[in-house]
Design a protein around this ligand. Structure first.
Ligand code: XMP
Length: 526
């Protein structure tokens, strides 16, 4: 794609590096994250309109802390330093950074100098999110103080002549009430961006470039019905039509009716021009899983069987030129910056086999954040239920059934989960109606589902004793899926769901709500 206007984010180990890039993109300016080892030549080559230094846990004045060549200040590119990035800017330009007498953490009121261009239209006294133990004790030459709090004398500093700005607080997080305005001011009023990054034009450009790249080649895509693979498949279908074959492996561990829903959208009666192969492999998976209750073994079996099935299907198709992968930008950042991805690695069961015969991998979504993938999906007209789908694990219900997987337990978890999702959707709708639409309730979870525990307990139904399963309901708020909090779902909603499950799902006499955060729990139960 042609070189585009961009603001780059240089990562110094902060937890919000991706969030900063997302915030910049929300201003319609393309943004990417680079490690602090990026060379000055690479930066010149990228010719960004602006640079943002992220926060990080280190102390700028310590020798082994992540740093960057001072040449960066000679490139004539505007720079915004955030938290550690602010300290580093102060330290490298000759100011003084020290350990603060009082560290600040959490929401803090800051007094800003409104004449500073990055605080244009921002209130003089505003709430920001602080998280630091070091502080700027003395600003470098050429800088002036543009904000302070009760215990932090330099909450912001600026040298407008060189277009260097720094803030001690985190404008990228929602707790900083006017943070997005500050980022916008930097991007537009300091860097002079015009705002070229439009998700609507992304789809058109991507289809065009895929068509050019692939020519008359054949393309193979493992379609799961999840957001990423669905959007990738539709982009490819628009680009090369029937040269694309999508293989959808139904392992029998999908949610209720999900296999048919995917087929309805992508199959022969759906709207897309592509070859669709659905492999109903449930029996194979059930057989392999029979009697296996250890969670890691179940994951391994499901992952390996998936690869076998996919491999068999691709052999039938013969040599293909391209294999599609739904890699998205957060995956690229995580591997590209050399950070440990251990927490996620076990999730990649069901990753693609590397012995399928193909020449090259195509990753049409590798520049996009999840929200942007969804936006492209909407732009392409993919049905909302697929575009706004919750994350669903590769091993499917296999990790939502504690202990051995049996057809009875699969049926129970499918039915209970369908009821749960239906009632949450209804409750959200009526909340929005009462609250005049638009906004979603605070309690709307980022992920929620029913699981079946391996516990059977005594109950009473009618006049008879029962000895049935307990279903567990889970609902979490999370921004990165690495940590999560249990959501306080309205009691009335839980009440309705519980009643419906025990009345409508045979084999269940108890419903439990999982109140555990992650850590120490995980989101899935296995
Ligand atoms: P955990 O259970 O590790 O889940 O807290 C974090 C997020 O990852 C999803 N998850 C998986 N996704 N394959 C996947 O593709 C997996 O094996 C897998 N295990 C968990 C989970 O749904 C949550 O969103």
């Amino acid at each position: 794609m042609a070189k585009q206007e961009r603001v780059i984010v240089i990562d110094f180990g902060g937890q919000y590096n991706q969030l900063i890039a997302r915030r910049v993109r929300e201003c319609s300016v393309y943004s990417e994250v680079y490690p602090n080892t990026i060379s000055m030549d690479e930066i010149r080559e990228l010719s960004p309109k602006g640079i943002i230094f992220t926060g990080g846990p280190s102390s700028a004045y310590k020798e082994d802390s992540p740093s960057i060549s001072t040449e960066i200040f000679e490139l004539g590119i505007p720079i915004l330093g955030i938290c550690y990035g602010a300290h580093l800017m102060a330290h490298l330009l000759g100011g003084k950074v020290g350990s603060a007498p009082v560290s600040e953490y959490g929401r803090t009121e800051v007094s800003l100098i409104p004449s500073s261009v990055i605080f244009k239209n921002v209130s003089m006294d505003t709430i920001v999110w602080m998280s630091h133990t070091d502080y700027i004790a003395e600003v470098p030459e050429g800088f002036s103080v543009t904000g302070s709090t009760r215990s932090c004398p330099v909450a912001a500093m600026a040298d407008p002549s060189r277009k260097f700005y720094a803030v001690q607080f985190h404008p990228e997080v929602n707790h900083t009430v006017e943070g997005q305005k500050i980022i916008r001011n930097f991007v537009y009023n300091v860097c002079g961006c015009v705002g070229e990054w439009q998700i609507s034009s992304f789809a058109d450009k991507m289809v065009e470039s895929l068509r050019e790249k692939i020519g008359s080649g054949r393309v193979l895509c493992a379609l799961s019905g999840g957001v990423d693979s669905s959007v990738a498949a539709v982009l490819l279908s628009k680009a090369v039509g029937k040269q694309l074959t999508c293989v959808f492996v139904d392992h029998g561990l999908l949610r209720k009716d999900e296999g048919d829903e995917v087929e309805a959208v992508f199959g022969p009666s759906g709207a897309y021009d592509l070859n669709f192969i659905r492999v109903n492999a449930a029996d194979r998976f059930y057989q392999k899983l029979s009697g296996v209750s250890e969670p890691e073994s179940k994951r391994k079996i499901i992952g390996e069987e998936f690869i076998r099935v996919f491999e068999e299907e691709s052999k039938k198709i013969g040599t293909v030129d391209y294999l599609v992968q739904g890699t998205i930008y957060p995956d690229v950042i995580e591997s590209g910056l050399g950070k440990s991805a251990t927490i996620k690695s076990h999730h990649n069961v069901g990753g693609l086999p590397d012995y399928v015969d193909f020449k090259e991998i195509v990753e049409p979504l590798r520049l996009l954040f999840k929200d942007e993938v969804r936006a492209v999906g909407r732009e392409l007209g993919i049905p909302e239920h697929l575009v706004s789908r919750q994350p669903f694990p590769g091993p499917g219900l296999g990790v939502r059934i504690i202990g051995a997987v049996t057809p009875e337990k699969i049926k129970i978890v499918q039915e209970a989960d369908a009821i749960y999702r239906e009632e949450v959707a209804k409750a959200v709708e009526s909340w929005r109606e009462e609250n005049k639409g638009g906004k979603f309730p605070d309690w709307l979870p980022d992920q929620y589902f029913a699981a079946i525990t391996n516990m059977q307990s005594v109950g009473v139904m009618g006049d008879g004793r029962t000895y049935d399963y307990a279903v567990a309901l889970r609902a979490v708020h999370t921004s990165d899926f690495m940590t999560a909090d249990a959501v306080h779902l309205p009691w009335e909603l839980l009440d309705i769901v519980t009643n419906r499950i025990v009345n409508e799902v045979k084999g269940v006499n108890r419903v439990l709500y999982d109140c555990t955060s992650k850590p120490p729990g995980t989101i899935e139960l296995e």
